[in-house]
Design a protein around this ligand. Structure first.
Ligand code: APR
Length: 248
């Protein structure tokens, strides 16, 4: 166990309003590639292909990539121990809210419920014409690009580069940041605006920061109080075990 895991458990046990902030690293052990770092998606694909202007100009081409990189990968992926630990901590009242940048729905599948999905979620598709939401399934993405009953093109209900953060998620995340006195950051480089500002804002308001990552991020030497270096699944399980000793 890392020397500072016990200290981190003590902070969680004594905090009033702990929240979690997660990125692609928490889903890496579920077989979902991260975006940055070696083997990251952005080493293989140009992020421009995930800009809303590219999607609206080339929906069929864009959908081919989205289906391969997201829908087919997500269909094979299941929550890992890290997702389950955060869900159990929420069920036990030790985590009050979770903000995720991920679109893979794994936090919901693991049992987390008070979730702000800051970049949306691949669970649904949204019509570019009538804005209707349609649940994603193999049939509907059988023909690309999928088309709404109204004739409009359907887009995954996720935030492309160049799009606004969903208003509901932004408000929910801001409420969490305003209330939290302890944020557990898991598996993010902290490089994508405006999501990356949330931990900084929480810290500015006085929240303590625990960070779980396999390597240092842009937060580590700036706002992180306790850095637990390691894979999210084993590190969060060790943290949960330490908390269980305190809760008895
Ligand atoms: N356990 C813990 N951390 C891990 C693990 C793991 N098993 N594997 C990788 N990491 C860490 C990496 O060290 C890195 O800091 O996860 C982080 C992944 O970083 P990114 O790929 O940049 O993902 P993220 O920070 O979530 O990206 C934010 O960028 O491209 C956009 O919209 C996309 O939501 C995404 C946003």
């Amino acid at each position: 166990m890392k020397s500072n895991t016990r200290e981190a458990a003590g902070l969680i046990f004594n905090s009033r309003y702990t929240c979690a902030f997660t990125g692609a690293g928490i889903s890496e052990e579920s077989g979902i590639p991260t975006f940055r770092g070696e083997d990251g998606l952005w080493t293989k694909y140009d992020p421009e292909l995930f800009d809303i202007s590219y999607f609206t100009a080339n929906p069929a081409e864009s959908w081919k990539l989205l289906k391969k990189l997201f829908f087919e990968t997500f269909a094979e992926s299941r929550p890992n121990e890290a997702h389950y630990v955060l869900a159990r901590l929420e069920q036990g009242g030790l985590i009050k809210a979770l903000i995720t940048q991920n679109i893979d729905n794994l936090h919901f599948e693991a049992g987390s419920r008070n979730i702000a999905e800051y970049h949306g979620n691949c669970r649904d598709l949204v019509c570019l014409r009538c804005r209707k939401l349609v649940r994603a399934n193999d049939k509907i993405i059988g023909n690309l690009p999928p088309v709404c009953r109204c004739g409009g093109t359907l887009k995954p209900d996720i935030i492309f580069f160049g799009e606004e953060i969903p208003r509901k998620a932004a408000l929910k995340a801001q409420k969490t940041v305003n209330k939290t006195d302890l944020m557990i950051i898991v598996g993010t480089t902290g490089e994508v605006y405006p999501a990356s500002l949330l931990p900084i804002e929480a810290n500015r308001r006085g929240a303590k920061i625990i960070e779980v990552n396999t390597s240092p991020s842009s937060y580590t030497n700036v706002i992180t109080d306790i850095f637990l270096q390691g894979k999210a699944s084993t590190t969060l399980k060790e943290l949960e075990d330490e908390i269980s000793i305190l809760t008895g």
